[in-house]
Design a protein around this ligand. Structure first.
Ligand code: 3HC
Length: 689
């Protein structure tokens, strides 16, 4: 039986230990159990103070996210926290691991907070489309001031114990491994000094620019407008913190509750919660059991020091794993290593890394020109240009060089992994690791499982991804894997609508309004039209633009004209070219207007492609498709990914609209069998009957 909360008494100090693995989420049973233990401890005349601590790897990681959207179960956070705050005896939170969300809010309702040196605290609710709904927006400003509170709560960042101490969020730091004893000693000291019970609620909220209080909030919103664009939670957080300044504590709490209840019922928060669980689910491979052997990866080889190879290398250096980096020429390897160094130095300039750390990381690279130096690597990743012949040749050589038991990986973004694996005598050791550019930044890692890839190789890749800070999504072998396949139909429709006479800025605006960072044509211009360079036998607008030197933003002209600040404006030349190409291809003017119609045209084919990817067994589950779109191509997180978004619209409606579009625009809108089947059954993607 799981122990939820249990008490022990040592010399007048009651210790309540919460034990709700894996992260001590404050579920209804845990709240009930804690309430009971607290009531008993407070009623017990032998108890002089109470310490709340957690078993396992962390203090409370927050409310139980699975409870949102269901009927609330008693006791409420408010009831529990009121009991703590109003307790006639001092209550002390003893924090290790991460005290997050409702977990940190519980600690804030306590009279004192003792934290282990490596502990972190934070209010990450914003990442779930929420605000701290258990007093966080009212107590934090009272402890750290309105400005710092706005930063902490809208960023959701985890704050190291040392910083939390200097901000006044915790009272003392104690050595790791000694938390229980230190917290008991702290409690005894409080009792000896007269059992004071300071409460965050009794503090005055202070602001740096005291006289201009309302301005703080509007200034903060304006300064962060770009970061907050499209998200509802940041505005609600600002309103709640403002309530902490303007209103008495209880009224502020009521305002916070109202805002929380509004947010938790929004599709945005549902989408962001979906993403939270989807990211974690993605690492699970159903036919690879939890006790499959995980291989120890202590050294990595990377072949190719270009943009991809360099970025891939940085991931391992950042995780403290040595990399042997191999190139064909001295010049190429020198350039590759220099670019890595420059990237790190840029991070130093932004104050996010020390010069010493740069040297540490650079010291982990062994650059060279000889594949034979990869003989000892536990994992080799090939990141050379996309040619099946070249890759097969390299894998043939690697087969002779790499030690037995080494994982041989290709970073190919569309080639047939099985053909690459066949070039070796050990295809079971071959896997695809498809990183996204910039590879040291983008969090998605497509792990491509070949026909022969062995289970321990799959299991190791999934685990390794987490170690280097990536979210792995398993993909079968196909042209483009998951994320690239999802992007392609959107581009095809954008270009089709352009030729039908829909203004490109209307197309881009619809995508930006939906939540993408930029529209299709802005993205093409940013990447560079010469770089994209599609092979086409037909006359294309892109081909014409390249031919007249309009290569994109870097030349100040592409689909759009750009001024010195890189602001795009409509180009007469492009409009002329579009009309001209459309005329030669016999495309009649038939502009699409209205955001809904534009989005149906642009994004329903993406939903359909996602369904095909599932149907073909390329992705394991619908939520993996969503994660690939969000982390690979910046699909707005608050839409939950293409398939979650489709569920919210309703698959029945999507199929009906697609049939209409199919009649006008052809087979790109022919709904795939899976989509039709789910719609007929009234189900959504990933929903069980
Ligand atoms: N509720 C329910 N389940 C949770 C959870 C939570 N708050 N936090 C983590 N879990 C689950 C995960 O889904 C995962 O389940 P799985 O093993 O079945 O996939 C398991 O716990 C372990 O989580 P991680 O894989 O994320 O473990 P890590 O060690 O990598 O990270 C963590 C630990 C930093 C605590 C991370 O889990 C995390 O960030 N959790 C969420 C924290 C959060 O958002 N808290 C705020 C909740 S909202 C709230 O409190 C509202 C309040 O204001 C009223």
């Amino acid at each position: 039986m799981t122990i939820l909360a249990a008490s022990a008494l040592t010399g007048g100090i009651a210790i309540i230990t919460l034990d709700n693995p894996p992260v001590n989420a404050l579920s209804a049973p845990l709240r009930a159990s804690l309430l009971r233990e607290l009531q008993q401890a407070l009623a017990d005349s032998a108890v002089e103070a109470v310490v709340i601590l957690c078993a396992g790897r962390t203090f409370i990681a927050g409310a139980d996210i699975t409870e949102f959207g269901k009927a609330p179960q008693p006791p409420s956070f408010a009831e529990l926290f009121a009991l703590i705050e109003q307790a006639p005896k001092p209550v002390i939170a003893a924090i290790h691991g991460t005290a997050l969300g409702g977990g940190f809010e519980l600690a804030l309702a306590c009279h004192y907070r003792v934290a282990a040196e490596t502990a972190k605290v934070g209010l990450p609710e914003v990442h779930l489309g929420l605000l701290p709904g258990a007093g966080g927006t009212q107590r934090v400003p009272r402890l750290v001031g309105a400005e710092a509170a706005l930063d902490i709560i809208t960023s959701g960042r985890q704050i190291r114990a040392k910083e939390a101490l200097s901000l006044g969020l915790i009272d003392t730091l104690v050595p790791d491994g000694n938390l229980r004893e230190s917290a008991i000693a702290f409690a005894r000291d409080v009792v000896a000094r007269g059992s004071a019970r300071p409460r965050a609620r009794d503090h005055e909220v202070w602001t740096v620019v005291d006289r201009k209080r309302p301005v703080i909030f509007s200034d903060f919103a304006a300064k962060n407008a770009r970061r907050f664009k499209g998200f509802a939670a940041p505005d609600a957080i600002i309103a709640a913190v403002q309530a902490a300044v303007d209103l008495p504590f209880e009224e502020g709490l009521a305002r916070e509750t109202a805002l929380f209840e509004h947010l938790v019922a929004t599709p945005q928060s549902a989408a962001q919660r979906h993403v939270f669980f989807a990211e974690r689910e993605a690492a699970r491979v159903p036919d690879v059991s939890a006790d499959t052997e995980i291989l120890d990866i202590r050294s990595v080889g990377v072949i190719g020091a270009g943009t991809m190879g360099g970025g891939i290398t940085m991931n391992f250096l950042n995780a403290g794993i040595p990399v042997t980096l191999v190139e064909m020429t001295q010049e190429a390897i020198d350039r590759g290593v220099a670019v890595i160094r420059r990237n790190y130095e840029a991070t130093v300039r932004k104050g996010r890394m020390s010069a010493e750390q740069v040297e540490q990381r650079m010291g982990l690279i062994s650059p060279g020109l000889d594949l034979a130096t990869l003989a000892d690597a536990d994992l080799v990743i090939e990141a050379v240009y996309e040619s099946l012949d070249v890759k097969r040749e390299i894998f043939g050589k690697l087969d002779r060089i790499a030690k037995p038991g080494a994982i041989l990986a290709s970073n190919t973004s569309f080639l047939d992994l099985n053909r690459i694996a066949e070039a070796t005598s050990r295809p079971e050791w071959v896997i695809g690791l498809h990183f996204f550019s910039p590879a040291n930044v983008m969090r998605l890692l497509e792990v491509v499982r070949g026909a022969a890839t062995a289970k321990p190789v799959v299991a190791t890749a999934m685990r390794l991804a987490k170690r280097i800070g990536k979210v792995p999504v398993l993909s079968g072998v196909c042209d483009g894997f998951i994320a690239n396949r999802l992007l392609a139909p959107r581009g095809a429709q954008a270009e089709a609508m352009m030729l039908e006479g829909t203004p490109i800025d209307a197309i881009d605006r619809a995508l930006v309004e939906y939540g993408f960072a930029m529209g299709h044509f802005q993205m093409m211009d940013l990447v560079g039209l010469d770089v994209i360079g599609r092979d086409s036998t037909e006359r294309t607008v892109m081909g014409e633009l390249v031919a007249c030197g309009r290569l994109g933003q870097k030349r100040g002209a592409g689909y759009y004209d750009y001024d010195d600040t890189r602001r795009p404006s409509e180009s007469g030349i492009t409009s002329e070219l579009i009309r001209d190409v459309a005329a030669t291809r016999g495309i009649r003017p038939d502009a699409t207007s209205g955001d809904e119609a534009l989005l149906a045209r642009l994004l329903y084919p993406v939903v359909n492609e996602g369904a095909k990817i599932l149907e073909e067994g390329i992705a394991l589950r619908a939520s993996d498709v969503d994660i690939a779109a969000i982390l690979g191509y910046n699909w707005p997180v608050y839409r939950g990914g293409p398939l979650f978004w489709a569920n919210q619209i309703g698959l029945g409606r999507i199929v009906a609209e697609m049939r209409e579009l199919e009649g006008r625009y052809g087979e790109a809108f022919c709904p795939t069998d899976l989509l039709v089947r789910l719609a007929d059954k009234g189900r959504g993607f990933g929903e069980t009957a």
